[in-house]
Design a protein around this ligand. Structure first.
Ligand code: GLC
Length: 584
């Protein structure tokens, strides 16, 4: 399948950015670990922190700079840990604080940085504050830390406003008063088990400043901030007036998202991050209506990065990709922030599967709103081929890239999970936005011929069943096979470290190309780099000004395989749905 077109070093021997490297995040590759599904150290079927720690050398060798861990805090797991009951405790299913400490220390010893998830929009209904608020009843001080309201209607039987939960159904749940009678309602933008904090309350601010310090003191290098655009709600919690609210990624302004008041919170957090040595960062999960609105979170006194969800939602289409790339670079450049790129995460269908479906099957991109979930397996071979090309495109762009665990193995989404094993809370709420997120959360295969494929001890369980076909996708099966997706990632990440042209601050110059083809140049100090991507279904020929091939996402016609140093005007044939990295 793939062909490494040069003898460029492929080992990832190069260490991660050294600990003192300022601005390390500006061109970092950050790998998302979903702790439930990465590695199970104790054999209970659920991934855990010791499992992650044991596998950190794999990530160092893969060649990433940092790890972002999805939540591992004390939680009843109503939303896979995004419902936090105690922000300063590790859930026993994942280990304890000593394990977190070990993980951070081990990562640092391997020159990997560690970013943890912070969930400030809502907590768990099992959080002490919320339990106490329920016990204390209407008018109590603790209730002011959440959004409690009397209902509408004669008996308060209707929700206080018309907001809908992202997971489906009303965004309000009615409580029962201590005396057993129906009482007030509380706001939850997500599941009922995830009450929203009231960020107008100073105690909420104080608490999160303290939580930030807790994890910074433990040595973490920063935070991925969950639902960063949701903390502040429009004053008076006004009705929306229609019911097309269900998308996280919509283009219409909503009174519960992207309110200007959030920025003051992040200015305060930035001051705390800056008090600590070593360039600690904040990354916004902000599903804003436009990339320009996302850039506001990255003004010099706010956060460092924001996920580029518009890029994630862009179909396999040259013109659309070029548009979103240009727009992202311009918007982020305007505030002095690096652009970021991401193709997959724990909330969306893996890109191998998205790209194997007709792009019309992707319900909406960032601009139109809508879910990024798909239920069809699609054309696996086509999807993987495009996914590999998409990875080389992404890793050649200026800025920081996010990888989601398992994408380096080319894992598809598991689209045929039986309903009875599903845990995604939105699956159980009719008309919810997502519902099928478990498909990208299946534990990843490491080795062996049978489940759990080294995820945990042989013969042990896994919290979601792994497909019978995953033996050939395991780390063990792919290691050393130059045609494998894993070796493609290793080679690409090693080159990315080596080539000055791919570093931070090096711009992109587009070259003229036929329709369906993207080509851009980046220049280092005296070295030039080309990324050539054919997004069409037939081979195309591009003429490049000499140089030599470095890496290709799929096998190339023999005519282009030979390195041709110093020859001017080489015709390069690029196979269908293929990206080539080229040195000049
Ligand atoms: C974010 C998380 C998602 C979670 C939601 C509620 O979007 O990525 O997994 O369900 O927030 O916390």
């Amino acid at each position: 399948m793939s062909q490494h077109l040069s003898d460029a070093p492929r080992s990832a021997a190069a260490p991660a950015a050294d600990a003192g490297h300022r601005d390390w995040w500006r061109d970092a590759v950050i790998y998302q670990v979903y702790p439930r599904s990465f590695a199970d150290g104790n054999g209970d079927g659920m991934g855990d922190l010791p499992g992650v720690t044991a596998r950190l050398p794999y990530l160092r060798d893969l060649g990433v700079d940092a790890v972002w861990l999805s939540p591992f805090y004390a939680s009843p797991q109503a939303d896979a840990g995004y419902d936090v009951a105690d922000y300063r405790e590790v859930d026993p299913m994942f280990g304890d604080l000593n394990d977190a400490d070990d993980l951070v220390r081990t990562a640092h010893a391997l020159n990997l940085r560690v970013i943890v998830d912070l969930v400030p929009n809502h907590c768990s209904d099992q959080h002490e504050w919320f339990k106490q608020a329920l016990r204390d009843g209407p008018g109590s001080a603790l209730r002011e830390r959440f959004h409690f309201r009397p209902g509408k209607g004669a008996g308060g039987e209707l929700p206080p406003n018309d907001w809908e939960s992202i997971f489906g159904g009303p965004a309000w749940t009615r409580t029962t008063d201590p005396d057993g009678t129906p009482g007030e309602w509380y706001l939850h933008l997500f599941a009922p088990e995830q009450p929203d904090f009231n960020w107008d309350h100073p105690a909420v601010h104080d608490e999160f400043r303290s939580v930030l310090r807790f994890w910074l003191d433990l040595g973490t290098d920063g935070f991925r901030i969950d639902v960063a655009h949701g903390l502040v709600k429009a004053a008076g919690l006004p009705d929306i007036g229609h019911s097309e609210q269900l998308s996280l990624l919509g283009s219409a302004p909503m009174p519960y998202f992207d309110q200007d008041g959030v920025h003051e919170i992040y200015r305060g957090w930035r001051r705390i991050l800056d008090e600590y040595p070593g360039d600690r960062i904040g990354v916004a999960e902000a599903w804003t209506p436009t990339i320009e609105r996302a850039a506001l979170y990255l003004r010099p006194d706010e956060l460092h990065q924001a996920f580029n969800f518009e890029y994630l939602g862009t179909p396999w289409d040259a013109a659309a990709l070029r548009r979103v790339i240009d727009k992202s670079l311009a918007a982020m450049g305007a505030v002095g922030a690096p652009a970021t790129w991401v193709l997959s995460n724990h909330d969306v269908t893996r890109h191998t599967t998205r790209f194997g479906n007709p792009s019309s099957a992707l319900p909406g991109g960032a601009s139109t709103g809508g879910s990024l979930q798909l239920r069809e397996a699609g054309d696996r071979e086509l999807g993987l081929r495009r996914a590999r090309a998409a990875t080389l495109l992404m890793l050649a762009l200026p800025g920081s890239a996010y990888l989601y665990q398992g994408e380096e193995l080319g894992l598809p989404d598991v689209t045929d999970l039986p309903d009875e094993v599903r845990q995604d809370p939105s699956f159980f709420r009719a008309a919810g936005q997502d519902g099928f997120r478990d498909g990208c959360r299946v534990p990843i295969p490491w080795s062996g011929a049978e489940p759990p494929y080294g995820f945990g001890p042989a013969g042990g369980p896994s919290w979601l069943p792994q497909p019978a076909t995953w033996a050939e996708l395991s780390v063990e099966a792919q290691t050393g096979d130059p045609a494998s997706t894993l070796e493609l990632y290793r080679a690409a990440l090693a080159l990315r470290r080596e080539l000055p042209a791919l570093g931070a601050g090096r711009s992109v110059q587009w070259l003229d190309t036929p329709e369906g083809v993207l080509a851009f140049r980046r220049d280092g100090d005296g070295d030039g780099f080309l990324c050539l991507v054919n997004l069409t279904a037939t081979p195309v020929v591009l003429t490049v000004p000499g140089g030599r091939p470095l890496l290709a996402s799929s096998a190339q016609p023999p005519a282009t395989a030979g390195p041709s140093d110093q020859v001017d005007g080489i015709d390069v044939t690029i196979a269908a749905d293929t990206a080539i990295w080229w040195a000049i």
